[in-house]
Design a protein around this ligand. Sequence first.
Ligand SMILES: C[S@@+](CC[C@H](N)C(=O)[O-])C[C@H]1O[C@@H](n2cnc3c(N)ncnc32)[C@H](O)[C@@H]1O
Length: 218
Amino acid sequence: MSTQLKINEDLIQYLQNVGYRKDPLVDELEKETKALGQVAQMQIAKEQGQFLEIIVNISKAKSCLEIGRFTGLSTLYMARGLPSDGKIITVDNSEEFLPLAQKYWDKDGLTSKIESIIGSGVDVMQSLIDRQHTFDIIFIDADKNNYPNYYELSLSLVPSNGIIIIDNMLWHGDVADTSKNDSQTKTIRDLSSQINQDDRVEFSLLPLSDGLSFIRKK
Ligand SMILES: C[S@@+](CC[C@H](N)C(=O)[O-])C[C@H]1O[C@@H](n2cnc3c(N)ncnc32)[C@H](O)[C@@H]1O
């Protein structure tokens, strides 16, 4: 029986080097984000970005929704996977890093595929439901305490076969540490158990970077 291997520092280096195809524009956005200081840790890993692009591409998605834009790396990768008439709506409750994100979307020729909304994730998703919007793929990467709400709202926003991808589902490994019981860790741990038991979906919990929950609505 094959088992999950332990990932040590050397293997992390390997994954970051060999598991990521060098991309000058992505590297530049990462560098500019790093220069912002501590907040840079919010950015998705580039290996995750590549994965998002492939999923958008092979699923032939035309409409995506993202909750949690920050400096726009995940938006950029997902937009790359979309066809020229595809669209991603990206939502963030802060305007602060939007100009930086837009600079790179523009440089990559993606501006026409991206609509940015400033607002609370829950409110925007509810208003999209009220207006009967649906999305082929939803990517969740915002405030962890709202993850159960984002999951439930996402299930109303994707059709059968729609995909929901949630980042940080291993939460720096804290989910497996029973001494860690802060609200964010508990929320993520509980959500993973809920997804595991939820008959409405199929799922795979992938240990890619900080953990991606990959979910298909039945
Ligand atoms: C982890 S970062 C997103 C990183 C981004 N996906 C990337 O690739 O760089 C989380 C983002 O969620 C936003 N956020 C936090 N709470 C939110 C809320 N209630 N509604 C919408 N966005 C929120 C933050 O402003 C932050 O930009």
